[in-house]
Write a protein that binds this ligand. Structure first.
Ligand code: PLP
Length: 360
């Protein structure tokens, strides 16, 4: 038998399951399964993307200076403490690679985003799952789970797939209560959807144990291009840059992201449209007898009476050409996560759920 073996932990990784994107025999599906921006990226971002076609033979810059400056200008953060990656997934990977290894523990919460666990196991560390309270992150439960082996604590705020948030005071209490060797990672993939929220940037400024991750995949509509960033204390960003591949982002990624982040009018329009359509959809579902927690993101976690009802509704929606996300893997088998699409998609999914409930 072969003696070739992967590192410990690797075979425990359950491969990531992305949102389904096509249905056999259906030409035009309504895809509401991956929390994408239904309007796509801004025209300025698309123009920047096209322009870079003329430079494909050139290696990109390794310091990402122009993109970091744009992020600094728009988000009011210090560009010197920003790191850019291939999606925020890559920042999560860097954190686990640099700060956790065999014998170390990495905390994630009950309804976790799967990359936390994948990256923890890939680093040879041990993931520790902590219960939530009614689909909301529970700071006391996390603090109870901490010990001298805890190296990283991941929370998404707003959280995926619940859409719920914990308040600034609670997050600060969590940062202050961690053991001295642990880093709090605030995943702000959906932060731009929350009006007036800085994603945790002020807490990063005020503490030496907090890192924030952000993405261009959600409100900026660039999930297909794979760009994210992190913000943290200078020493931690320096460590992460040491494990970062020097050419991790192409010129196309860098210039497109720069144009996207600078187009603040477009971002604001997307935020406002999402808030309006999210409220409409949540109400339409509630009227059909399908409740949800108040969502702060670009999706709604629709709750059904049982896993069987959620599964039956998912099958019905597919038969209507609509793809949403089953969230059994997130320990929510009685729920379906529905991305807030454009107005026509929201109306279609609301109508279909009403019909499923025998009301249309
Ligand atoms: C909570 C959360 N964090 C991070 C990500 C990863 O985003 P990216 O596309 O930047 O890797 C996602 C994507 O779905 C997410 O939901």
């Amino acid at each position: 038998m072969s003696q070739i073996r992967p590192q410990p932990g690797i075979l425990e990784i359950a491969p990531y399951q992305g949102g389904q994107s096509h249905l056999d025999g259906v030409a035009e599906v309504v895809k509401l399964s991956s929390n994408e921006n239904p309007f796509g990226p801004s025209d300025k971002a698309k123009e920047a993307f096209a322009r870079t076609a003329h430079q494909l033979h050139r290696y990109p810059p390794t310091d990402h200076a122009k993109l970091r400056q744009a992020i600094g200008d728009v988000h009011g953060v210090d560009p010197g403490r920003v790191i850019c990656g291939v999606g925020s997934d890559e920042i999560i990977t860097f954190l686990c690679q640099a700060y956790a290894g065999p014998g170390d523990e990495v905390i994630h919460t009950e309804h976790w985003f799967s990359m936390y666990r994948i990256s923890t196991l890939a680093a040879g560390a041990t993931p520790v799952e902590v219960p939530e309270r009614e689909r909301v992150v529970d700071v006391d439960a996390i603090l109870d789970a901490c010990n001298e082996r805890t190296r990283l604590v991941f929370i998404a705020n707003p959280a995926n797939p619940t859409g719920t948030m914990v308040g600034g005071n609670e997050v600060a209490r969590l940062a202050d209560g961690l053991p001295p060797q642990a880093i709090l990672v605030l995943d702000g993939a959906y932060a731009e959807f929350v009006e007036g929220y800085d994603g945790g940037a002020a807490l990063v400024e005020a503490r030496d144990n907090v890192v924030m991750t952000r993405t261009f995949s959600k409100i900026y509509g660039l999930g297909g291009l794979r760009i994210g960033w992190g913000y943290g204390p200078a020493e931690i960003i320096d460590v992460l840059n040491r494990v970062r591949g020097p050419f991790n982002l192409s010129q196309t990624q860098l210039e497109t992201a720069e144009a996207a982040v600078r187009d603040v009018d477009y971002t604001e329009r997307c935020r406002a449209d999402n808030a309006r359509l999210r409220a409409w959809l949540a109400e339409a579902l509630a009227e059909a007898g399908v409740p949800s927690d108040t969502s702060t993101a670009n999706f709604i976690l629709a709750r059904f009476a049982s896993p069987a009802e959620a599964e039956a509704c998912d099958e019905w929606l597919k038969s209507q050409g609509i793809i949403v996300r089953r969230v059994n893997g997130y320990k929510l088998p009685h729920c379906l996560r529905i991305t807030v699409g454009d107005e026509a998609s929201c109306r279609r999914v609301a109508h279909a759920v009403r019909a499923f409930k025998g009301q249309a």
